[in-house]
Structures are given as structure tokens and as C-alpha cells.
Ligand binder design. Structure first.
Ligand code: GLP
Length: 258
């Protein structure tokens, strides 16, 4: 795992947006896996800024979002699709037919999940999968459990996760759907490059367990330790509980391998 520590969330966003711009310039038909949540908002803001400045072109890129709530229509303002439109899709030149988000209203969830897996395979697989980190260690909606799902699936959300998503639902955790559709662990781990971003002191404990603890389904993000091209981009606050002193921000922007 390659760990990068930056001073602030804004510095993470700036640096990673520049990284995506370079990746897109090298491969205009890149396939990106995208997360929702508070963490990627500064990154999306920065990507929009680069687009407006004419420094990034998404016209031939393809995207797949990680997850979506069951029972929430794409046009509903609480959906992850609506979130993506607000923060990215409506402001850059991604082609609508190359944007993919799971449909939480699909009458047959299993068929919808299979359709999504086929679409990813048809696109040639994901080149760069971006991830946020749930404070309980989830990635996408792969919640801590005794066993994890390999492929895109329907899943139950923990109360902690529903609380974390309450902001989208008028701050009412009970209004957050109990179920979601999510890419599975293999769907995520088969991406050619995986980049997890975590910022803020709230994530520090989980970040340390993900990087320095054992690989365990109790911390789904710990499975990134098995990926040969996984990166974790942190701000100093999120890296504060790492035992490896070199990662505590002593040499910011430096890359380290664990
Ligand atoms: C949600 C999403 C995850 C995301 C997580 C973290 O539960 N399904 O993909 O990583 O939130 O959210 P935040 O970035 O707001 O901490």
C-alpha cells in the first residue's frame, strides 16, 4: 500500500485532482469508479475548477458509481445520482451515456446488480477506483460483517451508516433507507488502481486499523492491503493514529510503502 499524507483536505483534493487530470490526459477513455460522501466533495470541486480552466477533458471518459440507496429514484434529490449531479456531473463534459449509477428503483435488484457487473466488464474494467472510508471501515456499502460479498449486491445498512448519511435526508437517520445496492469487494479490488481518500480526525482510528491492522471483514477497507496497486491519501488528522512515525506527517507529500 502506498500512503500519502498531506497537510489539509484541500491539499489532498488539489493534488489528487491534478493526478486525475494527468491520468485523463494519458488515457482519454479512462474508466473511473466514483464515491459519494463528504470526503470527495473538495476533490469534485477541484475537478470542476480544472474543467472550467480548460485543463481537463472528460468527454471520452466513463464512470461507475460505487453504490445507491434501494427505493430512491435517480431523480430524487436524496439519491447518490443526484449528489453526483450536484457536485460533478452537471458541471463537467462527461457524456450522460457513459455515466453509470446503480438504479435503486430497479424491480429486480439481482438483475440490476448483474447488469452493472456486465457494464463494467464491457467497459474493460475500472482503471482508477476512488473510495471514501466509512467510519466503521466500510467501502462502498460493504459493511463490516463475518463475511463479505464479492460482487455487486443488495445489502442492509448499519444504523451507524444510516446516521452518517442522514445529512442527505434532512438530518433524519430513520429516513435513510435500510438497504442499498453496492459494488462488491471483488468489483472494487479488480480495479487496476485503487485510491482511498480519508480526511479528518474522525477517520484516524479506522485508518490505522485499515493500514496497520490485520486483513479482516470487520474492517472491509483492510482488504486493500491485498491489492498490488492501492494508495491511501490522507490529511494529517486522518493519519494521526498511525504507528509508523514516518507517516505522521513528518515529511508531508512524501510517499511511503507498508
Ligand atoms: C457512504 C458511502 C461510502 C463513503 C462513506 C464515507 O456511506 N456509501 O462510499 O465512503 O459514506 O462518507 P464520508 O466521506 O461522508 O465520511
Amino acid at each position: 500500500m502506498r500512503i500519502r499524507v498531506f497537510t489539509t483536505p484541500a491539499a489532498v483534493a488539489r493534488s489528487f485532482a491534478a493526478d486525475i487530470a494527468r491520468a485523463l490526459a494519458a488515457n482519454p477513455t479512462i474508466v473511473l469508479g466514483l464515491p459519494t460522501g463528504r470526503t470527495p466533495i473538495p476533490l469534485y470541486r477541484e475537478l470542476v475548477r480544472l474543467f472550467r480552466a480548460g485543463r481537463i477533458d472528460f468527454s471520452r471518459a466513463t464512470t461507475f458509481n460505487l453504490d445507491e440507496f434501494v427505493g430512491i429514484a435517480p431523480h430524487d434529490r436524496c439519491s447518490y445520482y443526484a449528489f453526483m449531479r450536484r457536485h460533478l456531473f452537471d458541471h463537467v463534459n462527461l457524456s450522460t451515456r457513459r455515466i453509470h449509477v446503480l438504479n435503486g428503483m430497479a424491480p429486480n435488484a439481482a438483475r440490476e446488480c448483474a447488469r452493472y457487473e456486465h457494464a463494467i466488464a464491457r467497459a474493460g474494467g475500472v482503471d482508477v477506483q476512488l473510495l471514501g472510508l466509512g467510519s466503521n471501515g466500510h467501502i462502498g456499502f460493504n459493511e463490516p460483517a463475518r463475511a463479505l460479498f464479492a460482487r455487486t449486491h443488495r445489502t442492509r445498512l448499519s444504523m451507524a451508516t444510516r446516521r452518517a448519511n442522514a445529512a442527505l435526508f434532512g438530518n433524519r437517520a430513520t429516513a435513510v433507507p435500510r438497504e442499498a445496492l453496492s459494488m462488491g469487494m471483488a468489483t472494487i479490488l479488480h480495479a487496476r488502481r485503487v485510491v482511498l481518500i480519508a480526511t479528518g480526525a474522525m477517520k484516524a482510528r479506522c485508518v490505522a486499523r485499515m493500514i496497520e491492522g490485520p486483513v479482516t471483514p470487520r474492517i472491509p477497507a483492510s482488504f486493500l492491503q491485498l491489492h498490488r496497486n492501492a494508495e491511501v491519501w490522507l490529511d494529517r488528522a486522518a493519519g494521526a493514529r498511525l504507528k509508523d512515525a514516518r507517516l505522521k506527517g513528518a515529511r508531508l507529500k512524501g510517499s511511503r510503502y507498508t
